[in-house]
Design a protein around this ligand. Structure first.
Ligand SMILES: *[C@@H]1O[C@H](CO)[C@@H](O)[C@H](O)[C@H]1NC(C)=O
Ligand SMILES: *[C@@H]1O[C@H](CO)[C@@H](O)[C@H](O)[C@H]1NC(C)=O
Length: 454
């Protein structure tokens, strides 16, 4: 026994001393994870009869949002590599990145500065204008009839023993997730899940969401007794962060929370790590926002292969590819950060001038969006006899989803397209404040339409 232990230490030491710097990093990484994040794993019952389904969604478009489709393509690789058959994966993404005219590596998408092409082999079931909240919910609830003539028509045909893994990556705002031209409201999402639960359409569901204010999709909404466990990149009040600016592509390659969970999954045996442990690892590594968990904690005691793969389908992990992510920027500032990065990288005066003009225009737009919301709040404060500063500065959790939805829809229709304008999404916080201070939606809607008339 004693001899065995000495031998083990000797072998480990020799391996450590003889391995390169990358390998030493990996070694420490493993050590750190195993020392600090160890937790007991629950054995899983009857996983044999269970089919695993995966729904992957990137809700944005355009080159500045490269990272969302890169994240989702990478997620596709993770679940394929761990044994989920193609027919059980449904992918929704606008699909305008790989062949974008700004893509210097046509047909390829990467999610890491030195990473492989993650677009290779990705089957996109719903693209362009088929990426909508209505289609997302229909796919999730297995509505074949609705999807019959749309995209590939594939839906999640899950039964009472099945596992579902949902990964959504995009922009968000309080109580909503953005899609390329409209938005998914938290209440509709939760309602669909509850209805699926009551119809026995799944055994357990795990949801990972990367978006600003993503905590607000579940906070006070997702019960802990419908067999769903969810984690989000941010709490209900803050941005999520982009990372990995790439000089060649002139855009960000990933989002911090997303690359953190996937780089963890890529470098682990998925049957050896629990979902809970991944949550802790990602929470620690995503230090620009507060990674949250919701729903039924018991589910997270299972190993990752119960959702991100097929049990018994093991592949060797690759060395951890973590690279420097200190360039993380809040999602709404990404277009501006891209322009500043481009400015840093050019000496051509005429190009510099074009970029400076774009910076100016963007800052002007930001000011306009903020001024407009101030006018709305001022009008509401006068009509309802409340303090302007109070309505501007409050930070209430969203509970009155109906009032808020009414206000957002009108703002989206008359003022700014919130799926395309990050500053507009940020300003929706003020609509939450007004709804939560019990101001009638009629008053709010009136102020919005008046302010945005022209
Ligand atoms: C979950 O718990 C809530 C609150 O206790 C209860 O109203 C609801 O019926 C429960 N739902 C299920 C599916 O058990
Ligand atoms: C996050 O962690 C990185 C690396 O440890 C550090 O450089 C950075 O300052 C941290 N950011 C915040 C907001 O704490």
């Amino acid at each position: 026994m004693h001899l065995g232990k000495s031998l083990l230490v000797f072998v480990l030491l020799t391996v450590f001393l003889s391995c390169g710097i990358e390998c030493k990093k990996l070694y420490f990484d493993q050590l750190r994870k195993n020392l600090f994040f160890n937790d007991p794993k629950e054995p899983v019952e009857n996983s044999a009869a269970s089919t695993h389904w995966v729904l992957l969604v990137a809700g944005s478009n355009g080159w500045d949002n490269y990272r969302h489709q890169a994240d989702v393509s990478h997620a596709y690789q993770v679940v394929r590599k761990h044994g989920i058959p193609e027919e059980n994966i449904i992918t929704m993404m606008y699909d305008d990145i790989a062949d974008n005219r700004e893509n210097p590596t046509k047909g390829k998408i990467i999610n890491h500065p030195h990473g492989p092409d993650v677009y290779k082999g990705v089957v996109v079931d719903y693209k362009k204008h088929d990426v909508t909240p209505e289609n997302f919910l229909a796919v999730l609830r297995g509505d074949e009839e609705k999807m019959k003539h749309i995209g590939s028509g594939k839906v999640i045909k899950s039964g009472p023993n099945d596992h579902i893994f949902v990964n959504f990556v995009d922009h968000g705002a309080p109580g909503l997730l953005a899609f390329p031209s409209s938005q998914l409201y938290a209440k509709d999402f939760i309602q669909t899940i509850k209805s699926m639960h009551s119809k026995n359409q799944y055994n357990e569901m795990v949801i990972y969401i990367e978006a600003c204010e993503s905590g607000s999709m579940f906070e006070n909404l997702l019960p802990s007794n419908i067999s769903v466990y969810a984690t989000t990149a941010a709490n209900a009040f803050e941005s999520s962060y982009a990372c990995y600016y790439d000089d060649e592509r002139q855009t960000y390659l990933g989002d911090l929370y997303s690359v953190n969970w996937m780089e963890d999954s890529d470098s682990e045996y998925l049957n050896m790590e629990t979902i809970h442990k991944q949550y802790l690892v990602v929470k620690k590594d995503t230090n620009t926002s507060h990674v949250q968990e919701f729903g039924e904690p018991k589910i997270s005691r299972q190993s990752l292969d119960n959702f991100q793969g097929e049990p018994g389908y093991d592949v060797d992990p690759r060395p951890n590819m973590q690279a420097i992510k200190f360039d993380a920027v809040p999602s709404e500032d990404v277009p501006l950060a891209i322009l500043y990065n481009r400015l840093d990288n050019t000496n051509n005066p005429s190009e510099q001038q074009i970029l400076k003009d774009k910076v100016k225009a963007l800052i002007k737009e930001k000011d306009e969006v903020e001024d407009l919301m101030k006018r709305i709040v001022r009008r509401v404060s006068m009509m309802s006899n409340r303090h302007f500063a109070g309505l501007m500065g409050a930070s209430h959790p969203l509970t009155d989803h109906d009032c808020y939805r009414t206000a957002v829809d009108v703002y989206d229709q008359h003022c700014y397209d919130i799926s395309q304008n990050g500053y507009a999404r940020k300003s929706l916080r003020k609509l939450v404040n007004m709804c939560e201070e019990n101001i009638s939606p009629v008053v709010i809607v009136n102020a919005i339409t008046k302010a945005c008339k022209n």
